[in-house]
Ligand binder design. Structure first.
Ligand code: ATP
Length: 351
């Protein structure tokens, strides 16, 4: 079921937590709601759940407007960061709880609980109490419980934050699998760009209550709408440097680093330049750099150097071992070179 927000706004006394948000969460897809702490992600989710009333705007589930519908009538499944399982109940009782609440007969509730447990692969743990489970297993129970009532929408608020690094990876793959198997429209709140990139069909990037950009993960990465989005996605982050545009060439600290940036949408001479670390490549015809530091991350080599006073980090694909102190020539691939307006951070397209 498609979910649509129209001009959704939430104002707490003196804070505009969510500002005139108009977006679509496509049916059967997983949408990541991404942004730094305090940007309004949870507030958006709480309004979807019916736990906060919007100050203005509308929420639609399919064709039905649900803006004023109480939470229990919306058909949502909610999963929070802190699992919120009942400690005195077994796994099975926890999953059955929302069903018994709405008077589903016990036998049927047991059957559904088993199906849900199987879906999240904890069917062997039904008789355990939450304290006898790992964090990842507890989160699976929470997801099974949220799915038991066959909700129309699944809402996940930072569901992986309490897990260690390995479990985070495992559980996020698990969430993706469950989401695909059930085909349930899902909203996944996170401040972790890598998590959002790996799990989402679509990402909504927010900043200070305002939607910045909505797109598929790779599109956001390749075509950010502004400096904020470019900086927020990617690890190591994009290098942002000050540059000059002269006669269709991009110059940073006297280095002619990229030829032919023509037909700039805005004819600025001083710009902010975003260089993705992986946009660099060794090239005899390129410009010279002096390697200050070399780090090997798995199969990748990350080098650090300066362009004038500005630090740059770059991944270099090289058969040769690069060492600190070495001088090499590099050039840049078009796809990883972005130009921004230094005043407002907006992207400036070029040919
Ligand atoms: P985090 O990742 O830290 O949870 P978030 O993006 O989910 O952040 P929200 O919790 O939605 O952010 O908060 C958005 C803004 O609204 C923040 O400035 C926050 O302080 C404010 N806010 C949230 N809830 C309330 C409330 N009940 N009363 C007043 N202000 C609130």
């Amino acid at each position: 079921m498609e979910v649509r927000l129209e001009g959704l706004t939430k104002i707490f006394t003196d804070t505009v937590a969510v500002d005139n948000m108009t977006v679509v969460f496509p049916s059967g897809k997983l949408t990541g709601l991404l942004g730094p702490s305090g940007c309004g992600k949870s507030t958006t989710l709480f309004m979807l759940a019916g736990l906060h009333n919007p100050t203005r705007g509308k929420i639609f589930f399919g064709d039905e407007e649900v803006t004023d519908l109480p939470p229990e009538k919306r058909g949502i499944g909610l999963v929070f960061q802190n699992y919120a399982l009942y400690p005195h109940m077994t796994v099975e009782q926890n999953i059955m709880f929302p069903l018994e609440n709405v008077k589903v007969p016990r036998k049927q509730a047991k059957q559904i609980a088993f199906e849900m447990a199987k879906l999240v692969q904890i069917e062997k743990l039904m008789k355990r109490k939450p304290s006898q489970l790992s964090g990842g297993q507890q989160q699976r129970v929470a997801i099974a419980r949220a799915l038991a009532k066959k909700p129309r929408i699944l809402l996940l608020d930072e569901p992986l934050s309490n897990l260690d690094a390995r479990l985070r990876l495992e559980t996020r793959e698990e969430i993706k699998r469950i989401q695909q198997e059930t085909g349930i429209t899902t909203v996944f709140v996170t401040h972790d760009q890598e998590e959002a990139m790996s799990i989402s069909d679509q990402i909504i990037v927010m900043k200070e209550g305002l939607v910045q950009q909505v797109d598929e993960p790779q599109e956001l990465y390749n075509d950010p709408i502004n400096k904020f989005v470019a900086k927020f996605l990617g690890n190591p982050p994009i290098n942002i440097l000050q540059g000059d545009v002269k006669d269709g060439r991009l110059i940073i600290d006297g280095n002619d680093i990229y030829p032919l940036v023509q037909k700039l949408e805005e004819p600025l001479e001083i710009v902010d330049v975003g260089l993705r670390p992986e946009a660099f490549t060794l090239d005899e015809n390129g410009f010279e750099i002096h390697i200050e530091n070399v780090e090997t991350i798995g199969r990748d080599t990350l080098i650090r150097f300066k362009l004038g006073e500005q630090q740059v980090r770059a991944f270099i694909d090289s058969e040769y071992r690069l060492v600190p102190g070495q001088d090499v020539k590099v050039s840049l691939r078009r796809r990883g070179v972005h130009i921004f307006n230094p005043k407002n951070g907006a992207i400036i397209k070029y040919e």
